[in-house]
Design a protein around this ligand. Structure first.
Ligand SMILES: [Zn+2]
Length: 252
Protein backbone atom coordinates (compact mmCIF):
# COMPACT_ATOMS: atom_id res chain seq x y z
CA UNK A 1 0.00 0.00 0.00
CA UNK A 2 1.25 3.48 -0.84
CA UNK A 3 2.70 5.49 2.05
CA UNK A 4 0.74 8.58 3.07
CA UNK A 5 2.99 11.55 2.25
CA UNK A 6 2.53 14.11 5.02
CA UNK A 7 4.86 16.67 3.42
CA UNK A 8 2.42 17.15 0.54
CA UNK A 9 -0.21 18.84 2.75
CA UNK A 10 2.10 20.86 4.94
CA UNK A 11 5.40 22.57 4.16
CA UNK A 12 6.61 22.41 7.75
CA UNK A 13 5.74 19.01 9.22
CA UNK A 14 9.00 17.60 10.59
CA UNK A 15 7.68 15.25 13.25
CA UNK A 16 4.70 12.91 13.28
CA UNK A 17 3.47 9.65 14.81
CA UNK A 18 3.34 6.64 12.47
CA UNK A 19 3.03 2.85 12.47
CA UNK A 20 5.67 0.46 11.16
CA UNK A 21 4.20 -1.75 8.43
CA UNK A 22 7.29 -3.67 7.30
CA UNK A 23 10.96 -4.07 8.19
CA UNK A 24 13.38 -5.82 5.86
CA UNK A 25 17.08 -6.53 6.27
CA UNK A 26 18.84 -5.58 3.04
CA UNK A 27 21.77 -7.44 1.49
CA UNK A 28 24.17 -4.79 2.76
CA UNK A 29 22.91 -5.36 6.31
CA UNK A 30 20.93 -2.13 6.55
CA UNK A 31 17.27 -2.06 7.55
CA UNK A 32 14.51 -0.94 5.19
CA UNK A 33 11.64 0.44 7.27
CA UNK A 34 8.20 1.05 5.73
CA UNK A 35 5.53 3.07 7.57
CA UNK A 36 1.85 3.82 7.04
CA UNK A 37 2.70 7.54 6.76
CA UNK A 38 5.82 9.64 6.62
CA UNK A 39 7.09 13.20 6.81
CA UNK A 40 10.49 12.13 5.41
CA UNK A 41 11.03 13.44 1.91
CA UNK A 42 12.45 10.78 -0.44
CA UNK A 43 14.88 11.89 -3.14
CA UNK A 44 12.94 13.11 -6.15
CA UNK A 45 12.32 16.05 -8.45
CA UNK A 46 15.97 17.06 -8.09
CA UNK A 47 15.61 17.48 -4.31
CA UNK A 48 17.67 15.34 -1.94
CA UNK A 49 16.21 13.03 0.70
CA UNK A 50 15.73 13.88 4.36
CA UNK A 51 17.69 12.24 7.13
CA UNK A 52 16.49 11.91 10.71
CA UNK A 53 15.38 9.53 13.42
CA UNK A 54 12.53 7.10 13.98
CA UNK A 55 11.92 6.55 17.67
CA UNK A 56 10.14 3.51 19.01
CA UNK A 57 10.62 1.30 22.02
CA UNK A 58 13.91 1.99 23.77
CA UNK A 59 16.05 2.73 20.76
CA UNK A 60 16.23 5.06 17.82
CA UNK A 61 16.51 4.12 14.18
CA UNK A 62 18.75 6.49 12.26
CA UNK A 63 17.35 7.23 8.78
CA UNK A 64 20.29 7.70 6.39
CA UNK A 65 18.53 7.47 3.04
CA UNK A 66 14.91 7.70 1.86
CA UNK A 67 13.57 6.31 -1.41
CA UNK A 68 10.14 6.27 -3.05
CA UNK A 69 9.39 3.19 -5.15
CA UNK A 70 7.14 2.86 -8.21
CA UNK A 71 4.21 1.74 -6.01
CA UNK A 72 4.29 4.94 -3.96
CA UNK A 73 5.93 3.21 -0.98
CA UNK A 74 8.58 5.16 0.93
CA UNK A 75 11.61 3.17 2.14
CA UNK A 76 13.55 4.52 5.14
CA UNK A 77 17.04 3.00 5.06
CA UNK A 78 19.59 2.92 7.86
CA UNK A 79 21.85 0.86 10.08
CA UNK A 80 19.42 0.20 12.92
CA UNK A 81 21.51 -2.28 14.93
CA UNK A 82 20.35 -0.88 18.27
CA UNK A 83 16.76 -0.91 17.09
CA UNK A 84 16.94 -4.56 16.03
CA UNK A 85 18.49 -5.65 19.33
CA UNK A 86 16.10 -3.59 21.42
CA UNK A 87 13.11 -5.08 19.69
CA UNK A 88 14.54 -8.59 19.84
CA UNK A 89 14.52 -9.06 16.08
CA UNK A 90 13.27 -7.00 13.19
CA UNK A 91 10.01 -8.88 12.69
CA UNK A 92 8.59 -7.77 16.04
CA UNK A 93 8.81 -4.14 14.99
CA UNK A 94 5.95 -4.50 12.54
CA UNK A 95 2.87 -2.79 13.92
CA UNK A 96 4.95 -0.72 16.37
CA UNK A 97 3.92 2.88 17.03
CA UNK A 98 6.84 5.20 16.35
CA UNK A 99 7.61 8.90 16.23
CA UNK A 100 9.34 10.39 13.19
CA UNK A 101 11.82 13.25 13.47
CA UNK A 102 13.28 14.81 10.34
CA UNK A 103 16.65 16.61 10.67
CA UNK A 104 15.51 20.22 10.42
CA UNK A 105 18.79 21.79 9.27
CA UNK A 106 19.27 19.49 6.30
CA UNK A 107 15.61 19.84 5.29
CA UNK A 108 15.86 23.65 5.49
CA UNK A 109 18.87 23.65 3.15
CA UNK A 110 17.18 21.31 0.65
CA UNK A 111 13.96 23.33 0.77
CA UNK A 112 15.70 26.66 0.20
CA UNK A 113 17.69 25.20 -2.71
CA UNK A 114 14.60 23.67 -4.26
CA UNK A 115 12.51 26.84 -3.96
CA UNK A 116 15.44 28.84 -5.36
CA UNK A 117 15.16 26.78 -8.57
CA UNK A 118 11.48 27.76 -8.91
CA UNK A 119 12.35 31.41 -8.28
CA UNK A 120 14.85 31.23 -11.16
CA UNK A 121 11.96 29.84 -13.27
CA UNK A 122 9.74 32.72 -12.17
CA UNK A 123 12.46 35.24 -13.06
CA UNK A 124 12.82 33.63 -16.50
CA UNK A 125 9.06 33.97 -16.97
CA UNK A 126 8.99 37.61 -15.83
CA UNK A 127 11.89 38.45 -18.15
CA UNK A 128 9.99 36.74 -20.98
CA UNK A 129 12.99 34.66 -21.96
CA UNK A 130 11.97 32.23 -24.73
CA UNK A 131 12.85 29.09 -22.78
CA UNK A 132 11.01 25.85 -21.92
CA UNK A 133 11.95 24.38 -18.51
CA UNK A 134 13.75 21.03 -18.64
CA UNK A 135 15.61 19.09 -15.98
CA UNK A 136 16.85 20.63 -12.78
CA UNK A 137 18.93 19.74 -9.74
CA UNK A 138 18.70 21.32 -6.30
CA UNK A 139 21.60 19.66 -4.45
CA UNK A 140 24.11 21.58 -2.33
CA UNK A 141 26.98 20.55 -4.62
CA UNK A 142 24.98 20.99 -7.83
CA UNK A 143 22.14 23.48 -8.29
CA UNK A 144 20.89 24.35 -11.74
CA UNK A 145 17.82 24.69 -13.96
CA UNK A 146 18.03 23.73 -17.61
CA UNK A 147 15.93 25.16 -20.43
CA UNK A 148 15.38 24.35 -24.07
CA UNK A 149 16.25 27.48 -26.01
CA UNK A 150 19.24 29.67 -26.78
CA UNK A 151 20.39 32.75 -24.90
CA UNK A 152 18.98 35.84 -26.61
CA UNK A 153 21.90 38.29 -26.79
CA UNK A 154 24.93 38.40 -24.52
CA UNK A 155 25.16 35.64 -21.89
CA UNK A 156 26.59 37.99 -19.26
CA UNK A 157 23.78 40.47 -19.82
CA UNK A 158 21.13 37.73 -19.41
CA UNK A 159 22.93 36.39 -16.34
CA UNK A 160 22.84 39.82 -14.71
CA UNK A 161 19.18 40.35 -15.58
CA UNK A 162 18.19 36.99 -14.04
CA UNK A 163 20.24 37.74 -10.93
CA UNK A 164 18.57 41.12 -10.54
CA UNK A 165 15.11 39.66 -11.12
CA UNK A 166 15.52 36.88 -8.53
CA UNK A 167 16.76 39.49 -6.01
CA UNK A 168 13.67 41.55 -6.79
CA UNK A 169 11.31 38.58 -6.32
CA UNK A 170 12.95 37.53 -3.04
CA UNK A 171 13.05 41.14 -1.83
CA UNK A 172 9.33 41.58 -2.48
CA UNK A 173 8.59 38.34 -0.58
CA UNK A 174 5.34 36.40 -1.03
CA UNK A 175 3.75 33.41 0.57
CA UNK A 176 3.50 30.14 -1.33
CA UNK A 177 0.20 28.28 -1.50
CA UNK A 178 -0.54 24.57 -1.91
CA UNK A 179 -3.39 23.54 -4.23
CA UNK A 180 -4.52 20.04 -5.15
CA UNK A 181 -6.21 19.68 -8.54
CA UNK A 182 -6.64 17.33 -11.47
CA UNK A 183 -3.76 17.50 -13.94
CA UNK A 184 -6.19 18.73 -16.61
CA UNK A 185 -6.75 21.96 -14.60
CA UNK A 186 -3.06 22.71 -14.02
CA UNK A 187 -2.63 24.57 -17.28
CA UNK A 188 -4.73 27.37 -15.80
CA UNK A 189 -2.06 28.08 -13.16
CA UNK A 190 1.12 26.64 -14.62
CA UNK A 191 3.08 27.89 -17.58
CA UNK A 192 4.57 24.44 -18.07
CA UNK A 193 2.92 21.11 -17.16
CA UNK A 194 5.18 18.08 -17.77
CA UNK A 195 3.44 15.15 -19.49
CA UNK A 196 4.61 12.54 -16.93
CA UNK A 197 2.43 13.58 -13.98
CA UNK A 198 0.23 10.67 -12.76
CA UNK A 199 -3.32 11.33 -13.99
CA UNK A 200 -5.18 8.80 -11.81
CA UNK A 201 -5.23 11.02 -8.72
CA UNK A 202 -5.36 14.72 -7.87
CA UNK A 203 -1.89 16.14 -8.08
CA UNK A 204 -0.43 19.15 -6.34
CA UNK A 205 0.74 22.51 -7.51
CA UNK A 206 2.52 25.14 -5.47
CA UNK A 207 1.59 28.69 -6.32
CA UNK A 208 4.52 31.13 -6.16
CA UNK A 209 3.89 34.86 -6.11
CA UNK A 210 0.09 34.23 -6.30
CA UNK A 211 0.40 33.73 -10.05
CA UNK A 212 3.12 31.27 -10.90
CA UNK A 213 2.01 27.64 -10.44
CA UNK A 214 4.48 24.77 -10.39
CA UNK A 215 3.36 21.13 -10.53
CA UNK A 216 5.67 19.81 -7.84
CA UNK A 217 5.76 17.28 -4.99
CA UNK A 218 8.85 18.66 -3.26
CA UNK A 219 9.15 20.77 -0.13
CA UNK A 220 9.01 24.56 -0.51
CA UNK A 221 9.68 27.62 1.61
CA UNK A 222 6.54 29.27 2.99
CA UNK A 223 7.69 32.69 1.90
CA UNK A 224 10.14 33.28 -0.93
CA UNK A 225 12.07 35.69 1.35
CA UNK A 226 13.31 32.62 3.30
CA UNK A 227 15.54 31.67 0.37
CA UNK A 228 17.93 34.54 1.19
CA UNK A 229 20.54 35.75 -1.30
CA UNK A 230 20.33 33.87 -4.58
CA UNK A 231 23.11 34.35 -7.12
CA UNK A 232 23.61 33.15 -10.68
CA UNK A 233 27.30 32.26 -10.99
CA UNK A 234 27.11 30.78 -14.48
CA UNK A 235 24.99 30.34 -17.60
CA UNK A 236 26.09 27.87 -20.26
CA UNK A 237 24.37 27.38 -23.58
CA UNK A 238 25.05 24.52 -25.97
CA UNK A 239 23.10 22.93 -28.81
CA UNK A 240 19.87 24.70 -27.93
CA UNK A 241 20.02 23.85 -24.22
CA UNK A 242 20.75 26.58 -21.68
CA UNK A 243 21.88 25.67 -18.18
CA UNK A 244 21.46 28.28 -15.47
CA UNK A 245 23.53 27.45 -12.38
CA UNK A 246 22.55 29.13 -9.16
CA UNK A 247 23.79 29.39 -5.59
CA UNK A 248 22.10 30.19 -2.30
CA UNK A 249 23.85 32.10 0.47
CA UNK A 250 25.45 29.88 3.18
CA UNK A 251 24.70 26.71 1.19
CA UNK A 252 26.73 26.63 -2.02
ZN1 LIG B 1 9.80 21.70 -7.55
Amino acid sequence: MATELLYLDDFDVLTAPATVTAVTVLEDGRLDVVLDRTCFYPRGGGQDWDTGTIRGGHAAFRVEEVRLDEHGVVHHLGAGEAWKESAGGEATLEGAAVVLEVDADRRAVNTRLHSAGHIVDLAVERLELPWVPGKSAHYPHMSFVEYTGDVPGEVEDVRQRIEQEVAQIIGEGSRNEIRFMPVADMGEYCRHVPDNIPTNKPARIVLYNQTFGVPCGGTHVRDVAEVGTLSIPKIKSKKGVTKVSYAVEDVN
